[in-house]
Design a protein around this ligand. Structure first.
Ligand code: F6R
Length: 609
C-alpha cells in the first residue's frame, strides 16, 4: 500500500528517496512522486505506473534538493492519474505526502474552497496541503500549522509536509498510519517503514499515535497527542532485510514457496526439541497466562485469518480450549461478549494491517486478560502494542500473495497449541506425536515441493477456466479457503472454498465440466466422508483434482486427476497440503501471464481500512 520516504540533509537526497521508494515497491502501488526543495525552489515530479517511470522522468533540472519527500500511492480517493499522485501541493509552496484516509475530506474541501483554495485533484490528501497553507497564513510556523491542522482531521494519517520557505525542515504527523524517524549524522529521515531507510541509517524513533514532529538536519522535536513536548527513545534496528533478489527464480512468489522448508526450520529452531518447547516461549509469563486462559479469540485478515481458522481446529482438538476466529474488520465494528480470562491473539505478516491493529486496540478496552501477536515483522505496531509477541521467521516476504508467511504462521500456531495444551493437561502421547510432526515438517515440505513438475503440468487445464471450487474438511477446510484465495489473487480466476459437507446445501448446483473442483483429502478420520463428496461431484459431471496420499485410495481416471502428497502426521497435514495449492495458483498465473508478484489492485500491507 502507500509508502512514504522523506529526508533533510546537506547533500542531494534524490537518490535516497528513490531507493527508499524501490524498497517499498513490493507493497503494491499505482503511481509514484517526489518533491524536492533546493534553494527555496520546489520541484515536483509524478508518474503513474512503476517507480522506474518516475526515475526515468527525473533529470538534472528537477532531480536536485537537500530536503524532499517521496511517495508511492495506492489509489483510494480518485483514479490512478498523475494529478492524483502524491506529493500534493498548495500555493506552489507546501508539498505533502500522506498514507491513510482523511474521512472528513468532503467537509474540509468545501470549507477550504469557500476560503478561496483551488483543488486540482480528487484526493483527500490535497485538503491537508491547503489546510496547512491556510494555517500558515495565521501562525507563520510550520510545526504550529500542522498541529492546528491535525486537530481538524478525522480518519487515519501518516503525513510529511515540506515548505520551500522553510527549506531545512520537515514536519510529520502520525495517527493510525505508521511513521518512523531515521537518525543520521547531520541529516535525518522519515519513512512509513524502517526498511526504506536501511541504506542510510539503523537508528530509529518510532512515532506514537497522535505524535507530530519537526525534523531538521540536527534535531527532532516531538509533540505528543496532549500537546506536550516529549522525548522518544531511539532504538538500533536489528531487522534483517533479507529479500535479496529473485536469484534464478522467475518470481519472488516462487522463490518464497521454495524457501518454506528453510524458513520453517528457522521458525522451529531453538524453540522445539524432541522433549518439548522452551518455557514461556510466547513471552514473559506466557505459561501462567495460558494456564489461566479459558477462551481464545483470534483476530486477523485474509491469509492470516485462514491461519487463525486452522488454529481453531487445533486449539480445540489438541489443547482443549474454546477458541473463536474473527475477521478484524468485522470484530472492530460490532459489540462482542468477552468471557472471563479471555486471551486475544492477532495474526499478521506485516504487523501494520489497519483493521487488525484497530481490533487489538478495541480488545484492550473490552477487557481481554492479555494479548499475543503472531507476527513476521519485529518492531511493527502490532508487536509493540501487544503484551506478548511471537515472531514467525519467514524473512521478508516480497510477493503480494502470502506463502511462506502463512506456513510459518501455521508452524507457530502448532507450537502455540502444544504450549497451551501443556498447561491444560495435554497427554504425553499427543504432545510427542505433535512434536515429532513439527520436527519432520521441513523434510516433508521438501518432499512435497518435488511435486512441482506434476502440478505445473496440471495447471494447463485451468488456463481457460473462469470459475473453480475448492473443497476440504476439518482443519483442511481453511486450507481450501487459502487455496481459493491464492488462485483468485494471482490468476484472477474466480474461486470459492466450501467445507465439503456443505456441497449438497447449494454449491452442487454449480458443478459442470467447466468448473474444476479441487479437493484436499488427507488420510484422516474424515476420509470416508470425502470419498462420498467426490462421488457426488462425479455424478454431476464435475472434473476433479484431488490432493491425497497414496493410502487414501483415490485413483486417477477420466474425471479425476490425483496428485499424491507425502504421508504425514495429522497435525501437520494442513501445512503440507498448502504447498500444492500454492504451486497450482502460481503455475496457472504463469500461464495466464499475470503480474504474479504484484497482482492488480492489491497491496502487500493494508494500512488503511
Ligand atoms: C493474501 C494476503 C492478504 C494478507 C492480509 C493480512 O495473500 O497476503 O490476504 O494476508 O492482507 O495481512 P497481514 O498478515 O500483513 O496482516
Amino acid at each position: 500500500m502507500c509508502g512514504i520516504v522523506g529526508a533533510v540533509a546537506e547533500r542531494n537526497v534524490v537518490q535516497i528517496l528513490l531507493e527508499g521508494l524501490r524498497r517499498l515497491e513490493y507493497r503494491g502501488y499505482d503511481s509514484a512522486g517526489v518533491a524536492l526543495i533546493r534553494e527555496n525552489n520546489l520541484s515536483i515530479v509524478k508518474r503513474t505506473g512503476k517507480v522506474q517511470a518516475l526515475v526515468d522522468a527525473i533529470d538534472e533540472d528537477n532531480g536536485k534538493g537537500t530536503t524532499g519527500v517521496a511517495h508511492t500511492r495506492w489509489a483510494t480517493h480518485g483514479g490512478v492519474t498523475e494529478v492524483n499522485a502524491h506529493p500534493h501541493y498548495s500555493h506552489d509552496r507546501f508539498a505533502v505526502v500522506h498514507n491513510g484516509i482523511i474521512e472528513n475530506h468532503k467537509y474540509l474541501r468545501s470549507e477550504l474552497t469557500q476560503k478561496g483554495f483551488e483543488f486540482v485533484s480528487e484526493t483527500d490528501t490535497e485538503t491537508i496541503a491547503h489546510n496547512i497553507a491556510a494555517n500558515m497564513a495565521e501562525t507563520g510556523d510550520l510545526l504550529q500549522a500542522v498541529l492546528t491542522a491535525v486537530k481538524g482531521f478525522e480518519g487515519a494519517y501518516g503525513t510529511v509536509v515540506i515548505d520551500k520557505q522553510n527549506p531545512n525542515e520537515m514536519v510529520v504527523a502520525r495517527s493510525g498510519s505508521p511513521l518512523v524517524i531515521g537518525l543520521g549524522i547531520g541529516e535525518n529521515f522519515v519513512a512509513s517503514d524502517q526498511m526504506a531507510l536501511f541504506p542510510v541509517t539503523r537508528r530509529f524513533i518510532f512515532l506514537q499515535e497522535g505524535d507530530v514532529a519537526k525534523i531538521t538536519r540536527t534535531s527532532v522535536t516531538i509533540i505528543d497527542s496532549d500537546g506536550n513536548e516529549v522525548e522518544r527513545e531511539a532504538t538500533e534496528s536489528n531487522v534483517q532485510h533479507d529479500a535479496g533478489d529473485k536469484g534464478t527464480y522467475r518470481h519472488y512468489m516462487l522463490k518464497e514457496i521454495y524457501e518454506q522448508p528453510d524458513v520453517i526450520r528457522n521458525t522451529l529452531k531453538e524453540r522445539v526439541t524432541t522433549d518439548g518447547l522452551t518455557d514461556n516461549l510466547f513471552g514473559p509469563n506466557s505459561d501462567v497466562i495460558f494456564e489461566k486462559t479459558n477462551y481464545i479469540k483470534i483476530i486477523a485478515c485474509g491469509t492470516s485469518y485462514h491461519a487463525g481458522v486452522t488454529a481453531k481446529y487445533w486449539l480445540e482438538q489438541y489443547a482443549g480450549v474454546h477458541c473463536d476466529v474473527e475477521i478484524a474488520s468485522e470484530f472492530r465494528y460490532r459489540k462482542s461478549f468477552v468471557p472471563d480470562n479471555s486471551l486475544l491473539i492477532t495474526i499478521s505478516q506485516s504487523g501494520e494491517t489497519a483493521d487488525t491493529l484497530a481490533a487489538l486496540r478495541l480488545a484492550k478496552e473490552l477487557g481481554y486478560m492479555s494479548s499475543l501477536a503472531i507476527c513476521n515483522v519485529d518492531g511493527s505496531s502490532l508487536v509493540r502494542e501487544s503484551e506478548m509477541s511471537f515472531m514467525t521467521k519467514a524473512g521478508t516476504e516480497v510477493g503480494v500473495a502470502s506463502t511462506k508467511a502463512f506456513t510459518t504462521q501455521l508452524a507457530s500456531l502448532l507450537m502455540l497449541t502444544i504450549s497451551i495444551g501443556q498447561q491444560k493437561g495435554m497427554s504425553s502421547d499427543v504432545k510427542s506425536s505433535m512434536l515429532a510432526g513439527l520436527s519432520s515438517l521441513p523434510t516433508k515440505l521438501e518432499e512435497t515441493l518435488a511435486l512441482s513438475d506434476e502440478i505445473e503440468d496440471l495447471a494447463e487445464e485451468f488456463a481457460d477456466k473462469y470459475h473453480s471450487l475448492f473443497l476440504g474438511r476439518g482443519d483442511q477446510y481453511p486450507i481450501a479457503m487459502e487455496g481459493a484465495l491464492k488462485l483468485k489473487e494471482i490468476s484472477y480466476i474466480h474461486a470459492e472454498a466450501y467445507a465439503s459437507g456443505e456441497l449438497k446445501h447449494g454449491p452442487l448446483a454449480l458443478i459442470d465440466a467447466d468448473m474444476p473442483v479441487i479437493v484436499v483429502a488427507p488420510n484422516n478420520e474424515l476420509l470416508e466422508k470425502l470419498h462420498s463428496n467426490v462421488e457426488e461431484v462425479r455424478a454431476r459431471g464435475g472434473i476433479m483434482y484431488v490432493f491425497a496420499d497414496k493410502e487414501s485410495q483415490f485413483e486417477s481416471d477420466e474425471t479425476m486427476r490425483v496428485v499424491n502428497v507425502p504421508n504425514c502426521k495429522d497435525a501437520i497435514a494442513p501445512i503440507i497440503y498448502t504447498i500444492p495449492l500454492q504451486l497450482l495458483s502460481y503455475y496457472v498465473a504463469l500461464i495466464k501471464g499475470t503480474d504474479v508478484d504484484q497482482p492488480r489492485n492489491l497491496a502487500k500491507s493494508v494500512t488503511v481500512e
